[in-house]
Design a protein around this ligand. Structure first.
Ligand code: URA
Length: 185
């Protein structure tokens, strides 16, 4: 485990623990305020993120940024990372060996940031952080507290691109995060 983010990032820039290293352009490490009380966890990089090395810069990320603007979240004030740090081909779900190879990097990032709130973006983030028994459709929008961290599962922003009706849930969940963050912490 590394105590600081730069050291961790340096340590994993040539990671070859799983097959995703073979076609990546960049390790998409994470971005934002490493002291934030709020952390967002996505699934894994898409093509735009792989090309730029930054999480959530493609269509889904741009939609998330709009939602941030709408509820008053500054992207620079939070920390954003993913379950896997290299792009799964054709944006398929990350496989078990890939998640297993990568998840300790994310744990290390959580240890460094020490967030009070973690927003879990979609099923892959939810199930790999809290357990396979959690279902995004029944958990979304509800706080789950574990070991002093408050988790808010919500839709993955890519789901909003496929189904516009989910946008209102996503905005409500983010508003809840902002309100709770201001009030409780
Ligand atoms: N989807 C994710 O889960 N993460 C990203 O960084 C981009 C898209």
């Amino acid at each position: 485990m590394y105590e600081n983010m730069e050291e961790l990032q340096e340590a994993i820039k040539n990671c070859n623990k799983c097959k995703l290293c073979q076609n990546r352009k960049n390790v998409v490490f994470g971005v934002g305020n490493t002291n934030s009380k709020i952390m967002f966890i996505g699934e894994g990089p898409g093509a735009d993120e792989d090309a730029q090395g930054i999480p959530f810069v493609g269509k889904a990320g741009q939609l998330m940024n709009k939602a941030f603007d709408a509820v008053g979240i500054e992207r620079e004030e939070i920390y954003i990372a993913n379950i896997v740090k290299c792009r799964p081909p054709n944006n398929r779900d990350p496989e078990e060996d890939e998640v297993n190879g990568c998840i300790n990097y994310l744990r290390n990032q959580v240890m460094i940031v020490k967030p009070k709130i973690i927003v879990l973006l979609g099923r892959i983030a939810l199930q790999n952080i809290l357990g396979k028994e959690y279902k995004i459709s029944s958990c979304r929008g509800k706080w789950i507290e574990k070991k002093g961290i408050y988790y808010m599962p919500t839709w993955h922003p890519a789901a909003l691109l496929r189904d516009e009706t989910k946008k209102i849930d996503f905005l409500n969940d983010l508003k809840e995060v902002v309100t709770f963050g201001d009030k409780e912490i």
